[in-house]
Design a protein around this ligand. Structure first.
Ligand code: TXA
Ligand code: MG
Length: 339
């Protein structure tokens, strides 16, 4: 199949493919999603096939307005309404109880709830409005690989398997949305993202459970997606915990026979001399740029076949750093460089 690349001026052609039941990848402020008409079961099934995604892992329904959520979900709580007002459009996905049978089990993974999100990307909102249907959208990567933050990443994984992609350049946030479960008594963050627990608590005035995304192997994961291997490049990633560990880490790198990938901020890269066998990938200057560039860096070194090991900088586990460290820990399989 030919994968057509659409610019943001070709929305109606992309919407036509969605209405025909085809798959079209779309940009959001977080990562690119793999879009299909959420009300077309056959189209939704194709999403799992194209990604190689386990079929019990439910999808996020992307909407252009709150009215669409109200069509499918049970009446929204006051907390939900406040959060929608504060954070939509934006990187906050919320899980609501559904009206019975409102969405196909292929969308919900057979659950009585579904995840909804109003992405902050004008072209994609236009696409949903033009297609006149909400679209499901897991991240548009092969299952298990880092999420795509450019159209080129999507093409690398899915070219020939999907009908089209709407290209709107690199995404802003770089890590996927916060997933907040509002279907139970206490709101719980199932996946950390750019909308932090503190920001949510400030809006709803009640505590948010954050323990669920630290699921151990023996527990039953609340978000089905949490139990699968994630964000894993071909190379082994080592997390470098502290600024003062870098000289040792680079000394170790210099002793290796093969090329080593180094992902760090400009500050780290400028004060440490890189050995000749190291290749750098800048994470910019702060946690915002590091989150934006993390998946691109992991993917960059995947294309360099010589590179089997990557050293990657740690960030403080607060604010956006919680989301960054969650993704980095998964991609490294919790492996740290130890001095
Ligand atoms: O930023 C994002 O959220 C991106 C862009 C494309 O919108 N999408 C994304 O989708 O990351 P995906 O499918 O890769 O991740 C959705 C996560 C999965 O971990 C899934 O298990 C969880 O949300 N999820 C979806 N519906 C759920 C539900 N009803 N109950 C619990 N977890 C759910
Ligand atoms: Mg994903």
């Amino acid at each position: 199949m030919e994968t057509k690349v659409f610019t943001t001026t070709e929305i109606s052609a992309a919407a036509k493919l969605l209405n025909e039941g085809q798959l079209v990848a779309f940009p959001t402020e977080t990562v690119y999603g793999l879009g299909a008409d959420a009300t077309n079961v056959d189209a939704v099934k194709q999403v799992y096939l194209a990604k190689g995604r386990p079929s019990d892992n439910p999808l996020i329904v992307h909407v252009a307005d709150v009215e669409t959520v109200e069509r499918f979900a049970q009446p929204l709580s006051e907390a939900a309404k406040k959060l929608i007002k504060a954070f939509w459009p934006g990187p906050l996905t919320m899980i609501f109880k559904l009206k019975p049978g409102a969405l196909a089990p292929e969308v919900t993974g057979g659950l009585e709830t579904a995840a909804f999100r109003n992405p902050d990307n004008a072209a994609t909102i236009d696409l949903i409005r033009t297609a006149q249907t909400p679209i499901v959208g897991p991240s548009a990567n092969t299952s298990g690989k880092p999420s795509p933050t450019t159209a080129q990443h999507v093409l690398h994984d899915l070219k020939g398997k999907i009908a089209g992609i709407l290209d709107d350049g690199a995404t802003e946030v770089g890590v996927e949305s916060t997933v907040l479960d509002l279907s139970t008594d206490q709101p719980a963050i199932l996946r950390p993202g750019a909308v932090t627990a503190e920001a949510i608590e400030a809006v709803i005035g009640m505590p948010v459970q954050t323990e669920l995304h630290h699921v151990g192997a023996t527990e039953v994961p609340k978000a089905p997606g949490m139990k699968y291997k994630h964000y894993a490049p071909n190379a082994q990633v080592y997390i470098v915990d502290r600024t003062e560990d870098w000289p040792q880490a680079l000394k170790w790198a210099a002793e290796q026979k093969l090329q080593i990938g180094v992902m760090a901020t400009d500050q780290i890269l400028s004060v440490n001399q890189l050995p000749a066998n190291c290749e750098r990938f800048s994470l910019g200057s702060d946690i915002q740029s590091a989150s934006r560039e993390l998946f691109a860096g992991l993917r960059h070194f995947d294309t360099e076949t010589e590179i089997k090991d990557i050293l990657c900088q740690s960030f403080e586990n607060k604010g956006l750093g919680v989301a960054y460290m969650n993704r980095l820990n998964k991609s490294a399989g919790q492996t740290h460089f130890s001095v």
